[in-house]
Design a protein around this ligand. Structure first.
Ligand SMILES: NC(=O)c1ccc[n+]([C@@H]2O[C@H](COP(=O)([O-])OP(=O)(O)OC[C@H]3O[C@@H](n4cnc5c(N)ncnc54)[C@H](O)[C@@H]3O)[C@@H](O)[C@H]2O)c1
Length: 313
């Protein structure tokens, strides 16, 4: 098999984010390996079983270390019920790469104030939605890069991401982190606002009431993502990120009353959705029509590979 670049990608932490990155990069013919301390479930096997077979597991993170190796660290943070972010697993993964000859790219969500204690070359926070994660990793909505004084050359797939993204941002790791939290807190705020407004109009006791609420909300917000009346926000990221962002800034004496209100409103919606199960559940995604579906993905793969090859000729 011929690869589109001399780089080898090693994904460290092979969960939702790690697998989506690995599958997307393998799909555009990068050589991709992964290292995980656990035995992760293959989250996208229904759609990408064949692509999984092209990704090689490693028994130690530095097994393929070389100046042309790019490490994508996709290890998860944890957040306690009080909003304390625990990044021990991320720290450990980065420590396991100390002394690496390759380039270290951090993709995990980390609060701005904690980044100074971590060693990496680039911080590129991930914005994917799980329903269309692989497609979104190939053509991300935002390409946001935070770096300090790295002398390392940018990996070739940064060009691919930059070209595909609608917006690109270069700044410090802390600015990159603020953008990640800005996105997630804004998404949570919009969901909580629309739900509270809808509940103020009427409670969704039956389809007729639900339709009346949706008629008004959808006229105004045109069914845009995060602006549709329905269930509370949940999932792997919004609750933990809102909670960690509030708590860390409150500890610095900052007033977080609006975001605390979002949290409270979302808790109230949890009670309402239990009582009225007809409330719809919305999954947001960012996928441009030209990369939706198998044949569109194939066309995208060919165009990306042509561009990556040009970079190396
Ligand atoms: N899931 C999402 O939709 C999403 C979207 C955007 C950003 N994020 C962020 O990305 C990060 C990862 O999220 P996820 O959902 O993929 O988490 P996850 O729990 O699904 O995967 C993390 C993986 O890292 C592994 N791991 C832990 N310590 C390790 C170590 N030292 N070395 C190697 N592997 C190790 C775990 O075994 C696990 O398989 C989080 O910070 C999350 O907030 C997630």
């Amino acid at each position: 098999m011929s690869f589109s670049s001399k780089e080898t990608i090693v994904v460290v932490g092979y969960g939702w984010v790690g697998q989506a990155n690995a599958l997307a990069l393998s799909h555009i013919n990068y050589r991709v390996c992964y290292y995980d301390v656990g035995d992760p479930k293959m989250h996208y096997a229904d759609q990408y079983q064949n692509s999984y077979d092209t990704i090689t597991p490693l028994s130690s993170p530095l097994e393929k270390d070389d100046p042309d190796t790019c490490y994508l660290v996709c290890v998860g943070d944890r957040v306690s019920p009080e909003g304390e972010q625990d990044i021990e697993a991320i720290k450990k993964a980065l420590e396991s790469l100390h002394g690496a000859k390759g380039t270290v790219i951090l993709r995990s969500t980390v609060l701005p104030a904690s980044l100074a204690s971590l060693r990496f070359d680039y911080y590129v926070p991930e914005f994917l939605h799980e329903k269309k994660a692989v497609e979104e990793c190939m053509a991300p909505q935002y390409f946001i890069v935070g770096s300090r004084n790295t002398t390392r050359e940018q990996p070739s797939f940064f060009n691919v991401w930059q070209e595909r993204a609608t917006k690109t941002f270069y700044g410090t790791p802390e600015e990159a982190s603020y953008l990640k939290y800005l996105s997630n807190t804004w998404n949570a705020l919009r969901i909580a606002f629309v739900n509270e407004f809808g509940n103020a109009m009427a409670l969704p006791t039956d389809q007729e009431h639900l339709a009346n609420i949706e008629k008004v909300i959808n006229f105004f917000f045109e069914k845009k993502s995060y602006l549709r009346y329905g269930k509370s926000f949940g999932g792997h990221c919004l609750p933990k990120d809102v909670s960690a962002f509030c708590a860390s800034h409150e500890r610095e004496g900052k007033d977080m009353s609006l975001l605390r209100g979002v949290w409270k409103a979302n808790d109230a919606q949890l009670i309402i959705e239990k009582k009225y199960p007809i409330l719809p559940e919305w999954f947001s995604e960012w996928v441009r029509p030209e990369i939706s579906g198998r044949s569109a993905l194939h066309a995208l793969k060919n165009s990306v590979m042509r561009k990556v090859k040009k970079l190396y000729l």
